[in-house]
Structures are given as structure tokens and as C-alpha cells.
Design a binder for this molecule. Structure first.
Ligand SMILES: Nc1nc2c(ncn2[C@@H]2O[C@H](COP(=O)(O)OP(=O)(O)O)[C@@H](O)[C@H]2O)c(=O)[nH]1
Ligand SMILES: [Mg+2]
Length: 352
């Protein structure tokens, strides 16, 4: 999974990127113009528990890649997306908009005043306009070539939708239409999470900026955190972090909260494999059939799929191994159409 971090200059993107990934990219006015990229492991206590039990040669967590895109301020004070950014963002699965909600005289805001709702709307519009340009070019091209087929009709619908001020993610599409639009990688179609970056003075107080109400009205996921404090805590030795979080009232680990929200928003879940060579978590969309989930591991497993042998997580912990779980009668044999439950432990049988 790839997540793009976007937002105005000095909203705290790189601060957050560092806090989430443990990286040390430069923050502030002299931050890099290059995008920062980091891969983080998704903390998963189930993987830890399985590894402790199975003692595999290798333990592999699910991974999320973060891309922190630097806005190009020469494009105008309130613009976020230039061509370099667009190239990076095209192939992301989701976007996180870091919205500045902290007040700090020493950190200049591109619009001079802090107004999270205004900034949220503005960025949403920029995403829409970016898509609109692509759509119009394509429509023009199709019309010139007298190709007024299904693609043309669909793009005309998209254009009309954006012209009402809406993002493509709220346009209802059937499976065929989704496939057809997929290749365009439209930005306003990507799931978007708002991340309110509040100052430490806001911890535990109600939000006067209206960002929560805005997010609710737009049906967008919002997480609020305090970027600077998160970064400070992330830099502490691991065993001191919890005490600090509790003292400061920061709540649960930001990375966990963040990933949980992202998984929920994207409708993702994990299944696990637990053999002696490797204990591993795999990420799929909820509602993925067993035969398609198999492809996440290897296309051969999908091609030669015979069945999935499934043990529930607690049953596995109890039994200690796949073989023992089978002896206890806790292994289920499932076919291609089976839908995984979060935390299922699976052994695929296949034949190629
Ligand atoms: N007071 C305060 N400053 C912050 C907070 N988060 C980030 N900053 C500061 O704002 C400046 C810009 O942050 P940075 O992460 O580089 O923003 P970016 O341009 O969006 O990547 C830096 O000087 C940060 O230290 C915060 O929660 N409170
Ligand atoms: Mg930055």
C-alpha cells in the first residue's frame, strides 16, 4: 500500500512523515524539494504472537509506503501539486491531507492565517481541477477522432460531476466503469484522509476551527494529532514512549491510530501465513475471494488453486501449529469463493 502525504507548505507533512516512519528528513523552510519516501512495517501483535510461538526463520510484517510530496511554492502560494508531485501521487492508493491547525507566529502560513476548513476545501478543489484538465483534454481528443463511445460518455459524466463541485470519489460507478477510469489515476477519486495537525495547546480541548464538522459533512476520515509532539515522542527510546504519551495526554501511538484509520478507510484487512520458514501478514481488501487473495502471495498459487486450509487465530494459538489445529478439528477447508476473516491463518494447497 502506498500513501501520498500532501498539504500546503509548512503544514507539518515532513514532521508527520518523520514521526510515522522514524526517518530524519529535513523539516521547515529549508526542507528538501525532493519527495521523501519511506517504507514502514505495520505493527501487528498477531504477527508477534505467531512468531513467538512458531519461531520462524523470518518474520515479515505488512508494509506501507509513505511519500511526502514537497509543494512547489513558486507555483503560487496556495498550490500544492506540480508535475513532480503528480508523478509521485499517480500510483498511490490513498492520500493524506495534512491540514495545519497549529498556531505559531514563527512558522509562516502560505495564506497568512490558519484556517483548516479553508485549506481543506482549497486542496479538494485543486485535486478536482487537476482531474478536470485531464478529462477535458481526453474528451477533446476523442471528439476530434469521432470516438464517442462508452469512454466518452463516462468522461462527460465525470466532467459534469466535478462541475458541481464534487470529487470523483463520490461518483457512483459500476465495475466496468471503475475499470475504465482506473487507468487515469484520477486524484479526486482516491480515498482521502484529513489529518489535522494541532498545536500542543489544543490537546484535549474542543476544536474551534470547524475541521471536525467539515470532515463529518464531507464524510471524510479525520484524525487529529500534534505533529511536533508526536515527533518528539517518536525520537525517545521505545520503552519511554508510553509513559510520555500518558503524561502528555497524547493517547494511543499515532502510527497505530493512523494505520488503523487508513485500513478502515481503504477497507483493508490482513490474513496470515505461519510456517517455519516465515510468519507473515498479507494485506487484502475486505471481500476478496480466497482465490484472489492467493495471488497476493504468488500468481502460481492463484492459477493452481485447490483449496485454502484455514485456522482461526485463537485456535492456532491454542494448538501451536497448523498440524495440531487439524488434529483438534479446528481446521476448515475452504474453496475459491471463501471470504477471509481478519486474522485467519491460511495454508494454500495448489497445483501447477
Ligand atoms: N508549533 C508547531 N510547529 C509545528 C508543528 N508541526 C510542525 N511544526 C513546524 O512547522 C514547520 C514546518 O513543518 P514541516 O514538517 O517541514 O512542514 P511541511 O512543509 O508541510 O513538510 C517546522 O518548523 C515544524 O517544526 C506543530 O504541531 N506545532
Ligand atoms: Mg516538507
Amino acid at each position: 500500500m502506498k500513501i501520498g502525504i500532501i498539504g500546503l507548505a509548512r503544514s507539518g507533512k515532513t514532521t508527520l512523515f518523520n514521526a510515522l516512519s522514524g526517518a530524519h528528513a529535513a523539516v521547515g523552510a529549508f526542507g528538501s524539494r525532493e519527495a521523501n519516501i519511506a517504507v514502514i512495517k505495520v505493527p501487528d501483535t498477531r504477527v508477534d504472537q505467531l512468531a513467538a510461538l512458531v519461531k520462524p526463520k523470518k518474520t515479515t510484517y505488512a508494509e506501507v509506503q509513505f511519500i511526502d510530496v514537497a509543494p512547489n511554492e513558486s507555483m503560487g502560494e496556495n498550490k500544492v501539486l506540480d508535475n513532480a508531485a503528480l508523478t509521485h501521487l499517480k500510483n498511490t492508493d490513498a492520500l493524506v491531507h495534512v491540514v495545519r491547525a497549529f498556531k505559531d507566529e514563527d512558522v509562516m502560513h502560505p495564506s497568512e492565517s490558519v484556517d483548516p476548513v479553508r485549506d481543506s476545501r482549497m486542496l479538494e478543489e485543486e485535486l478536482q481541477l487537476t482531474d478536470l484538465i485531464v478529462i477535458e483534454k481526453r474528451i477533446e481528443r476523442l471528439e476530434k477522432e469521432h470516438k464517442k463511445g462508452s469512454e466518452h460518455d463516462l468522461l462527460v459524466r465525470c466532467r459534469a460531476h466535478i462541475e458541481t463541485g464534487a470529487s470523483l470519489r463520490t461518483l457512483e460507478l459500476d465495475a466496468q466503469e471503475s475499470r475504465e477510469l482506473g487507468g487515469f489515476c484520477f486524484l479526486s477519486q482516491k480515498p482521502l484522509m484529513l489529518l489535522g495537525n494541532y498545536g500542543e495547546e489544543s490537546i484535549g480541548t474542543p476544536d474551534p476551527s470547524g475541521l471536525q464538522a467539515y470532515a463529518a459533512e464531507q464524510r471524510q476520515t479525520l484524525i487529529d494529532l500534534c505533529g511536533e509532539m508526536e515527533l518528539e515522542v517518536a525520537e525517545l527510546p521505545e520503552d519511554e514512549r508510553k509513559v510520555f504519551r500518558d503524561d502528555l495526554g497524547l493517547g494511543e501511538e499515532s502510527r497505530t491510530r493512523f494505520l488503523q484509520a487508513a485500513y478502515d478507510m481503504l477497507g483493508l484487512m490482513s490474513f496470515l501465513t505461519a510456517g517455519e520458514p516465515e510468519v507473515r501478514a498479507w494485506t487484502i481488501r475486505k471481500g476478496t475471494k480466497a482465490v484472489d487473495a492467493a495471488a497476493v502471495i504468488h500468481s502460481d498459487i492463484q492459477r493452481g488453486f485447490i483449496r485454502a486450509e484455514i485456522v482461526g487465530f485463537d485456535d492456532f494459538l491454542h494448538a501451536g501449529s497448523m498440524a495440531k489445529a487439524r488434529e483438534h478439528g479446528h481446521m476448515r477447508l475452504e474453496g475459491k469463493e471463501y471470504l477471509f476473516q481478519d486474522g485467519d491463518i491460511v495454508l494454500f494447497r495448489f497445483n501447477v
